[in-house]
Design a binder for this molecule. Sequence first.
Ligand code: F6R
Length: 362
Amino acid sequence: QKGGYEHYMRKEIHEQPTALRQTLGSRVDVNAGTASLDVDFPKGYLESLEEIQLLAMGTSYYAGQYAATLFESLAGVRATPVMASEYTYTGGRDPWRTLSVAVTQSGETADTLGALREAGAAGARTLGVTNTLGSSVTREADDALFIRAGPEIGVAATKTFASQVSTLALLAIAIGRERGELSAAEARSHLEDLTGLPGAIQQVLDEEARIRETAHEYADSDAFFFVGREYGHPVALEGALKLKEISYDHAEGFAAGELKHGPLALVTDQTPVLAVLTEGSRPQETLNNVAEVQARGAPTIGVTSDDVAASSLTETFDVPDAGIFEPLVANVYFQLFAYHVANAKGRSIDKPRNLAKSVTVE
Ligand code: F6R
């Protein structure tokens, strides 16, 4: 069942290239610069759209945060990620021009379903983005969009994060084209980056031995901090969530710029800082923040891409070219890092203490 892997989590991390091929598969026509998504919005709906709300929890929330920036920059629509448990539909917006998107792997998360119902009751159009055919979200939302990642058994979400972001990226591209916000050439370039993801992620997976060694070296640290900007910010938050849930270590993610507004007080030579320094994460500005933690003696582990000069870091890991999706590729290093820290400590990786795969109570 685990296909020779010791844990489902590691198997599912390694399944990401296949999962993404399924996610993107028949939906992308790179040459034409189009993405088709088997969702029929009413005529004129996308042109008149004023706001997209991304309602989700946990890893799906971070996918929603990544997607919100994609919707704003590729589709020109104001987009906000909302922690579903905190959602209330406030007035001052035209419900017809609001698309409320529930992002949920299981399709059963009570907080997310609650927010979706509230949005629907206020008159917003609702869309469920899920991995699970026939789940509650598919019955309750006006439309459903499947991420097609295949079953995920490990409690910690891994391959579904990449498939969620990619599915939402296709939606952002489709909306951007429909609204005339994105030229065919721009769409083509993003679609090329997306279709290159399975290969790019495979290259990261091929580096597993080195990230494992680094994970073992730092496994006994006091705490771990993850930082990033722009698309690197949700990935930093997701990296910290993964590490805390399976290793039980203290891990936190920050916007890199946030460090000197408080968290820097936590930084010592016993707190490694993992930074996203790829395209799509404003690497030069983030490097300035990394220099601040280096000055406090923190070991620094950076995920970089080609043109980022990060030679002063303690360790660097490269990702292949993937444009604004490079942070999504960087995330795979963070998944492997979390896995190997937890494995070195003999944790119950597929079923961490106190956690359930699908949280059906509010
Ligand atoms: C983290 C994790 C959880 C889920 C969250 C939402 O690894 O698995 O944070 O992401 O409970 O679950 P879904 O996506 O099923 O709504």
